[in-house]
Design a protein around this ligand. Structure first.
Ligand SMILES: C[S@@+](CC[C@H](N)C(=O)[O-])C[C@H]1O[C@@H](n2cnc3c(N)ncnc32)[C@H](O)[C@@H]1O
Length: 208
């Protein structure tokens, strides 16, 4: 297991490209960032853990949320950096363009959601602890935070830790960020990697 220091050095979250994220994400990318088997694995995890009818916030979203097509949810709010990507998301009931590196505070009322999901994007957050604190605020008690990680990335925008740690170490780091944010329990790290496909690590936690 990779060793994660008790106190997290700020250098873990340096990025090669520190220019405003709005520049990089200004052009829509209507692509998928993990292969089909890994998407299926993530959708299966959502099916097992997101009951019908709940209110969901998809953070760092794009034109796809990977939610099961056959399950009807309540509110599905999507937040990301590109308005055209978000407008094409057919699961969204609402969308907002919001830069979490410029402003980690989420633009929602306290206790608005039952689940906050974040797919293959956590590596772009320069201050994940502040974002988890904000996730805690917008989750209802008992609500779930689900972070899904794989291994692909936009290299210049991913934080140093994503480049230097092995997958298990990245998962440990996200679990540690949840602990440091406070207000979460039942923090789980789950390897759901399919055979011969992009890896899938899930870090789930419950809002106390
Ligand atoms: C690799 S894509 C993943 C998109 C989607 N979650 C998926 O599973 O296909 C990374 C996403 O993170 C979002 N993102 C990157 N930096 C962000 C920031 N500072 N604030 C909010 N969203 C950000 C971008 O808009 C982009 O859509």
């Amino acid at each position: 297991m990779d060793e994660i220091p008790v106190q997290l050095p700020a250098s873990l979250f340096d990025r090669a490209d520190e220019t405003p994220d709005a520049h990089f994400y200004g052009v829509p990318r209507m692509v998928t960032h993990i292969d089909a088997a890994t998407i299926e694995g993530l959708t299966d995890y959502y099916r097992e853990n997101l009951p019908p009818g709940i209110d969901i916030l998809d953070l760092m979203s794009s034109w796809v949320s990977h939610l099961p097509d056959d399950v009807k949810f309540g509110r599905v709010a999507v937040l990301g950096m590109n308005g055209q990507e978000l407008a094409a998301n057919d699961r969204a009931t609402e969308s907002v363009v919001h830069d979490l590196n410029a402003a980690p505070e989420l633009p929602y009322e306290p206790e608005s959601f039952d689940a906050v999901i974040n797919a293959v994007s956590i590596q772009y957050l320069a201050n994940p602890i502040a974002v988890f604190q904000s996730i805690r605020r917008v989750l209802r008690p008992g609500g779930i935070s689900i972070v899904a990680m794989s291994h692909r990335c936009f290299p210049t925008k991913a934080v140093r830790a994503f480049h230097t740690l092995a997958p298990k170490g990245r998962s440990e780091l996200i679990a540690r960020c949840l602990e440091l944010a406070g207000g979460f329990d039942r923090i789980e790290q789950i390897d759901r990697s399919p055979v011969n496909a992009d890896p899938l690590w899930i870090i789930a936690a419950r809002r106390i």
